[in-house]
Design a protein around this ligand. Structure first.
Ligand code: 1CP
Length: 343
């Protein structure tokens, strides 16, 4: 079994597996080169050969222990008719956000009748899984139902005020969006698993906006997604709910195999809370990678020592790699984690 799968199963490993959220992207010169030639993010994501190439780039360069398919959480709203676009120099935008009751009704009806066509994502997974060496598993992913709803309702990143307000003004509408998203997320993950991914990951990047409503509007639907994936594909599932340290105990019990932890709490505390019953992924502050080599080494060692020698740690960041990260700092991180041999 690969290092990552062993850690997910809480089995001992000779050293900690390492991969990084957003390990492919604009900080890599080889990514920028492909991006320039292809005409932008969506063209890359929708061309399986290019998506495969970009997936492999960071693994080749740094010798990481997992690859994550190059795609985006917003492929689901795009496939369900909300039309994703990237305006130059801006973030992603959806042309048809869900604002009125009628938009939501049409959206849910379409999702139920039409299914989800993300064949280009599956095609990229098949290529990448075939190109990777056996010891490097491919991770497939999706956004959590709530995080998808944030973009679907507001139409773009920012404060997500419309999505947050809907839980007070029309919780019934929000619940129907979330229910539809839970089914779509599970379907998308299962498609990626059937196309060769060995691990599924759910990104709940905006779970932290919900406060005490996290269970009702996010975790409940993550639980449903995890159960649906487990019923069909049996692959391990990682759940990353950002800025949700206060809800770690509940998240750890949602049926997943690992939780992603951000840098709000030390891993040792996260382990106390989760009782060692589940693997933990994280949790270096990505800003560390904008500092110097010495800081990267020190922080990496601090995290490795803080977790201790127990099995079940997947080294990662607490959020994605920043676009201003010097690649040589990731090289330093990879060398530091690789040379930390467990007794
Ligand atoms: O070249 C570019 O300008 C595109 C930048 C970019 C990239 C590299 C976007 C647009 N998406 C991606 C790839 C991506 N997105 C991956 C690829 C695999 C890898 O990790 O290497 C993954 C896993 C995602 C997931 C994603 N997309 C999340 C969840 C994780 C997180 O970072 O919180 C979210 C919230 C998105 C939305 C999104 N897509 C792109 C951007 C810039 C954003 C954020 C928009 C915002 O600010 O709200």
């Amino acid at each position: 079994m690969t290092l990552l799968l062993r850690s997910l199963a809480l089995q001992p490993t000779p050293r900690r597996p390492l991969w990084l959220m957003r390990q492919a992207g604009r900080y890599l010169p080889e990514y920028r080169k492909v991006r320039e030639k292809s005409g932008g993010f969506l063209a890359m994501a929708k061309t399986p050969e290019l998506a495969c190439e970009i997936t492999l780039q960071p693994v080749r360069r740094f010798g990481l222990d997992a690859a994550i398919i190059f795609s985006d959480i917003l492929t689901i709203p795009d496939a369900l008719g909300l039309q994703l676009r990237f305006a130059e120099g801006e973030g992603p935008k959806l042309n048809n956000p869900l604002r009125a009751e009628n938009d939501v009704a049409k959206f849910c009806a379409r999702a139920e009748s039409g299914g989800l066509d993300l064949e280009y994502v599956c095609a990229a997974c098949r290529l990448a899984a075939a190109a990777l060496p056996a010891e490097i598993p491919l991770i497939g992913f999706c956004g959590s139902p709530w995080t998808l709803a944030c973009y679907m309702i507001d139409g773009e990143g920012g404060g997500f005020w419309r999505a947050r307000a809907m839980r007070y003004s029309r919780p019934d509408l929000l619940h129907s969006i979330l229910q539809t998203n839970a089914r779509a997320a599970a379907e998308s993950l299962c498609g990626q698993m059937q196309a060769g991914c060995k691990v599924a990951m759910i990104f709940d990047s905006w779970g932290g906006l919900l406060g005490e409503d996290y269970e009702e509007f996010s975790l409940r639907y993550i639980r449903e997604t995890v159960a649906a994936v487990k019923a069909k594909c049996k692959t391990p599932v990682i759940v990353f709910s950002r800025q949700c340290a206060a809800h770690l105990a509940q998240t750890a019990k949602c049926g997943c195999d690992a939780v992603g932890v951000d840098w709000q709490i030390p891993l040792s505390r996260a382990r106390e809370i989760t009782g060692g019953k589940i693997a933990l992924q994280g949790n270096m502050d990505p800003a560390t990678l904008l500092a110097d080599k010495k800081a990267v080494q020190q922080e990496a060692l601090k995290i490795l020592r803080d977790y201790g020698n127990a099995p079940g740690h997947i080294f990662n960041l607490g959020h994605g790699v920043d676009k201003n990260t010097p690649p040589e700092n990731i090289q330093t991180l990879a060398e530091t984690v690789r040379s930390h041999i467990l007794p």
